[in-house]
Write a protein of this length. Structure first.
Length: 464
């Protein structure tokens, strides 16, 4: 128990540890791939800008023209606005106009997309322009908009045109460019972000192999753990069965032995030795208990023999109806109460090939269980029929029935339903194991339907 719990705890801890370790490693890898992707596209953008410079083509011609004309008007308009509220509304309008022009009129996006494509990289992306500083300038400078991060890294002034630096960061999208545009009337800094709709997919593709290996290693560890734990449980179950069997066997053997001992002592008594009928009665009791003891020892020996050598059937052709009648009748005689055992056969005079000794014991086991596992007057019925080249024998009772969970185990060696070592009903857990073994040895099988509290039906099917 202690060993099992330790293995369980250690196993679970190991699995948690491995999953956590893999998660940390994968997270690091994901971050690294993300950064690499950002770096790759930043450096590509840098290359694109360099090649753009070489061609002396400006992708911002239209933008600069529009902004310059607009700013020239603003230089005139702005000093006329005295009202604070109106001024701030105007500033907002200017910012919106600049952003709209930048987003619509620049040719940088198509140039960059073409460049990425040429280099064999993903060329489909979304872009976004974020203005970080905007000033309308003439003799005076009027700040229209300035964000905090720009305050901290304000670039040194330069002549008209546009400049760039490829820094900046953003979590969801990649900031590939920081640019500056200006002329006599305005001064503008903005950032250019690109956003791959399938950025996650790109990273996933890069990390797929590592992800797969991680998942496989977790799967292997979990499988090994489950197999080990199952083996441990099975070992425990078998050891419990063995202990139960030894306890049951001791109990089973002790009862007839005790009866015989008491009967022997009774015979020694002077009063009894003179009474012939009493002597006969005691001798019968000793005889009955000895037969029972012998049967018990035989079944144990026989089953232990099966472990070592495959048992051989000595089959004989018999009229199955006649045979069943004989077996049930002699069981009735031994059992004493004939009214509770009924028989009904539809074998149509079929001859079946069976081992008479084993088959008799098999039917007797089922009949004695039907009597034994009953808490009221037993009502047992034995029915026989023929179906698809098989003979079917049903033995049904009105006994205590078998719980669903026990049903698939009752044919296992040593298995006894209910808890505890020795329960109300005596037995070794070998009877149904024997039945199954004999039925399968005849090329057939045995099945069970049962309802706790209502009774059970055992069906033996044997080909003929
Ligand atoms: P044993 O009777 O020696 O315990 P068996 O192999 O004959 O062993 O039966 C296995 C278990 O199946 C029994 O312990 C009992 O719980 C259950 N069982 C067998 N036959 C019946 C029956 N007719 N009705 C109810 N329970 C049964």
């Amino acid at each position: 128990m202690k060993k099992r719990n330790t293995v369980l705890t250690l196993g679970i801890l190991a699995i948690i540890f491995i999953i956590a370790a893999q998660a940390i490693i994968l997270r690091g890898l994901w971050k690294q791939q993300n950064e690499m992707l950002t770096l790759r596209y930043r450096s590509l953008t840098q290359d694109a800008m360099n090649s753009l410079r070489g061609t002396r083509v400006s992708v911002h011609d239209t933008v600069m023209f529009l902004l310059s004309r607009y700013s020239e008007n603003m230089v005139k308009e702005l000093p006329l606005i005295k009202d604070e509220q109106k001024l701030s509304e105007k500033k907002q309008e200017i910012l919106e106009y600049f952003t709209a022009v930048l987003n619509k009129e620049q040719d940088f996006t198509s140039f960059l997309s073409g460049y990425f494509g040429e280099q064999g990289f993903e060329k489909k992306f979304k872009y976004r322009i974020v203005i970080s500083n905007l000033e309308i300038t003439n003799t005076d400078t009027l700040v229209i908009y300035r964000n905090e991060s720009f305050e901290n890294r304000r670039p040194a002034g330069a002549g008209p045109g546009f400049g760039f630096s490829s820094q900046g960061d953003s979590k969801s999208s990649i900031s590939v460019l920081r640019q500056r545009l200006f002329d006599n009337y305005y001064y503008l800094n903005f950032e250019y972000y690109i956003d791959f709709s399938d950025k996650q997919k790109l990273i996933l593709r890069e990390t797929a192999a590592s992800l797969l290996i991680s998942l496989l290693s977790i799967l292997v560890v979990v499988t090994i753990f489950l197999i080990t734990y199952r083996n441990l449980m099975e070992e425990k179950r078998l050891s419990n069965l063995k202990t139960d069997f030894i306890n049951n066997m001791t109990h089973e053997l002790k009862t007839p032995l005790a009866t015989i001992t008491v009967a022997g002592k009774t015979l020694e008594m002077e009063k009894i030795s003179k009474d012939e009928s009493k002597i006969l009665e005691t001798a019968k009791l000793i005889g009955k208990q000895s037969v029972h003891l012998n049967q018990l020892i035989n079944i144990i020996l026989e089953i232990s023999m099966w472990e070592r050598t495959e048992f051989q059937l000595e089959k004989k052709k018999v009229d199955i109806e006649e045979f069943m009648n004989d077996v049930v009748e002699s069981f009735k005689t031994g059992y004493g109460n004939s009214s509770s055992l009924s028989q009904k056969y539809n074998f149509n005079g079929i001859q079946a090939d069976i081992d008479l000794v084993y088959f008799t014991t098999m039917i007797n086991n089922l009949l004695s269980n039907a009597v034994k596992y009953c808490d009221k007057d037993p009502l047992i019925s034995v029915e026989g029929s023929v179906k698809d080249k098989n003979i079917c024998i049903n033995i049904s009772d009105n006994g205590i029935g078998i719980a669903k969970a026990d049903q698939r185990h009752v044919f296992d060696k040593f298995y006894r339903a209910s808890t505890g070592n020795i329960h109300k009903y005596k037995g070794l857990g070998l009877g149904l194991y024997y039945v199954k073994k004999i039925a399968t040895a005849h090329g057939g099988d045995v099945s069970l339907t049962s309802k706790p509290g209502k009774g059970s039906i055992f069906t033996v099917t044997i080909p003929y």
